[in-house]
Every structure is written in structure tokens, then in C-alpha cells.
Design a protein around this ligand. Sequence first.
Ligand SMILES: Nc1nc2c(c(=O)[nH]1)N[C@H]1C(S)=C(S)[C@@H](COP(=O)(O)O)O[C@H]1N2
Ligand SMILES: [Mo]
Length: 522
Amino acid sequence: MASPDEPLRSRSGTRLSALWRPAAAGVAAALAGLGAAELVAAFLAPAGSPILAVGALVIDLVPGWVKELVIGLFGTGDKAVLIVCVALGAFVLAAVAGVLESRRPPFGRALVVAAGALAVVAVLTRSGSATFDALPSVSAMVVAAVLLTVLTTRLPRTIDPDSGSSGVGRRAFLAWTGGSAGLGLLAVIGGQLVSAGTRATDAARARFTLPAPAGAPASIPAGADLGTEGLSPVITPNLGFYRIDTALQVPRIDPAAWTLKVTGMVENEVELTFAELLALPLEESTTTLTCVSNPVGGDLIGNATWLGYPIRLLLARAKPQAGADMVLSRSEDGWTASTPLEVLTDDRNAILAVGMNGVPLPLEHGYPVRMVVPGLYGYVSATKWVVELNVTRFDRETAYWTSRGWTERGPVKLSSRIDVPRAGTRAPAGPVTVAGVAWSQHVGIRSVQVQVDDGPWNDAALADAISADTWRQWSWQWAAPTGRHTIRVRATDAAGLVQTSVVRDVIPDGATGLHQVPVTIG
Ligand SMILES: Nc1nc2c(c(=O)[nH]1)N[C@H]1C(S)=C(S)[C@@H](COP(=O)(O)O)O[C@H]1N2
Ligand SMILES: [Mo]
């Protein structure tokens, strides 16, 4: 039995005109949800757009003849047609959800949650997806479900449907629904604009195959990796490589539009396009990169094989003038690093890198071109998305971090780290493998020693060195006795310097001290 104030029901039963408002509420809620999803996807999880993922799922599920029919009908517009169809499907569902929610709450919301779950499944079944990619769909589901409730409770209540609903209620409902739909649409458009840039850069990166190195490929001695469980691999995979930068949004650079300018105190200003850089003889080298903010025992360090062109050769072309002592490298987003000119012109392998472990630089590691300079912390050398090398003087220019309290020059400090056992490990008494890495870029590691509690320093076995520019694995077999113990490591560099036990903070020029790990045996 219909009560007098029950919404949207006339004496003659349900009429079409009574359905459009809750349906519109559903569609508006869905638009707002999709807007939220596109924004979240654009900024946080580019692979997580629910519409695109559902579209991809549909492609996988529909029979071949349907695909051929669609391609035959729409040609290269097939993808657009698919997306429009998925969106239309979503809106039809949303309209149904609106009507359901106005009549049989919470079934409308339940439908929204089911659609959201479908989107999550679609996203997570894409190859290469991460759990994180579900975030846009979940955001869409939450926003749409909440708005659906808000909008359907604001449906104008009619006393006499023939005379129409009350003006006030109708206007408020229209404002809420129109506002939600409008904001949603704006968010969808904004998200598309942001991710269009990302997609163009991703596509360019995917099309680009790294040239082969001109000389011998980098060789990693078989004995450089001890293969000990829990020990950092000697080459850090790109996905696990630490990332430090000031870029809230990773710069998206069109390689076809990229140039590098060598400017300032030079005889010849040089400008290099990406194609010109790739045509130069590129060299492969393995170099360990470290952040000055890496605390003792920290993980802001990684080792990769880079493909690039020696900066010294480029500078030789530009011919720095007498008196210049620094190169201020500038990233596309304005970040700067000041590197001593002598470090970029001596025989160390300071390079303009285009490749990282056999693939084009990942976007977050500087695509299309970054600097890699053995022996210096990243903040004074490793400019990602580099677009300018300004030859200048330390007394004329300061770089991003040097004007914020970090020292002007940042040679990497000798250090070492225990990877296994991890702090807090419990293990039975007996043999325990203690292993880790030690580094002193551009100097090299001579020895590593391990101490348990206040015992003697024991020489660790060293893995083969790749070069003085990379970290070196070490390992020591410990006959662990029962009790609580502290394991400590120290390295000695190739010049005979012993790693100091003096504890210093990362600011202003890098941490010192010895890494130690507490463990419980027995
Ligand atoms: N453009 C740009 N390049 C940059 C930075 C930055 O903030 N912006 N950070 C630097 C710092 S502090 C470090 S430690 C390294 C880190 O490089 P990675 O993120 O590839 O590991 O990049 C350097 N290059
Ligand atoms: Mo850094």
C-alpha cells in the first residue's frame, strides 16, 4: 500500500516520468565516481582506470566474430566505440541502481558495489597489474555509493504527483544531481588530460629500442653475486631501485622534443637532440647510485648497468673556459645539481644515461636522459630528466639542495650494510650466514670485517668486484652461540681508509657510523 508521501508513485502506479529522477541520480553518482576514478588513476595508478580495464576485459571475453564485426564496422575507431559502450553500460546500470535505491534501499548501493567489484576484478586480472591499481575503482565505488544515497534521499517527495513535486525539493535535487554530474564530468576530463601526457610518454618509451653499446657490453663477473638468500642482488632490478626526487608528478618528456643544451662558460654552446645522442657511440657501465639521505644501514642505494654517452666527450666539444669549475645540470622541472667540472672531465665514467639494466630509463628514473656520475651522491650529480648543462663556477651558482643546507660537494662516503640476518632475527644456535654490501664508489672496497658484541673483528669473504664504482657483496660465517647479540660491520676502502664508527647524521654531507643488527640466538 502506497502511503501518501511515498516518493514517486502515483495513484495509477509507476510512470516513466517518476523514474527519470532516481535514474538521473544514479547516473550523476556514477559520473562523480568515474571522475574520482580517473583523477586517482591519472595521479596515482595510471594502469587503474576502471573503464579502460573493463573495456580490456570485454575485449578478452567477447567472441572473435564480434571483434571482427566491430573492427569491420568502425576500423581504428573500434577502441573508442568499445569505451563508449562500456561507459553507456555503466550509465544504464547506474540508472537502474538509482531507481532501485529510491525504492528498495540498499539494493541500489549493492548494485554499485557489485559494479565496483567487477571493475576491481577487471583491473587486477590485467597482466602486470598491482594491488594498488584497484585504488581508482575502489574510489569510484565509494564516491558513487555515497552520492547515490545522498541524491536519492534528496529526491523531491510528491504529495500529489499530478501537480508535480514541490519547487524547493525539486530545485535542491536538481542542484545536487547537476552538481555531482558536472563535477564528475570535469574530473573525467581533467584525468584524461593528465593521463594523455603520461600515455604519450609511455608509448614513446615503449616504441624506443635501446641502441647496442658501441664497445663491449658491461660484464658482471660470475663471482660478483654470492646468491645468498636475503642479500641484495648485485644488480638492483629497476622496479626495486630506490627513487628520490622532488617531482610530485614525474616529468613527461617527449623524446622527439627533448634537447640538451651545454651553455655558460664554454667556447661553443652545444645542443643535442635525442636522435643525435642515440647516434653517438654509447657505452655500458655499472655504477652504484646512493642518496646523501641514506642513513647508515639504509636502502637508498642501488646498483645498475647504465647505457650512456660520456659527459667528458660532450664537454670536450663545448670547450669549457678557463676559470669554470662547476657544471650546474638542470632538469626539465627546474631541479638543479652542481657537479665539480673536474669530475665530469676526468676519466671516470660520468655519463648521460638513456638505458638502465637493458631498458630505456623508467620514467621515474629520468626518461629520456639522466646523469650518472660514479663517486658522488645523487643530489650533486644524478640529474634526472636533464635538459641543460650550464658550465659555471661554484662561487656564482648554487644548486637545489646546496641552497638548502647540504654541502656544495658530495663525494659518497665509505659505508657498509648488513642485509642478513635482519634486525630482530631469531635463529637457533649454530652456523649463521652474515652478509651484506659495502661501497666506496670510485675508490673501491679492499676488505670488510664483522664484529659480534665486543669480540674481535673477523674478515668477511668478498664477492668479486665489478669495478671500483660499484658496491661489493661480502659474507661471513658465524658460529652463533645462544643469547642476544649485536652484529656490526665495517669496511676498508682500496686506499686503506677504515670506515669510521663516529655517528653523524645525513645532513649536511652524508651519514657515518657502523651498521649494527641485534639478533637473538637460541
Ligand atoms: N630532476 C631531478 N633529478 C634528481 C633528483 C631530483 O629531485 N630531481 N634527485 C636526485 C637525488 S637526491 C638522488 S639520490 C637521485 C636518485 O635517483 P633515482 O631516483 O633514480 O634512484 O636522483 C637525483 N636526481
Ligand atoms: Mo639524494
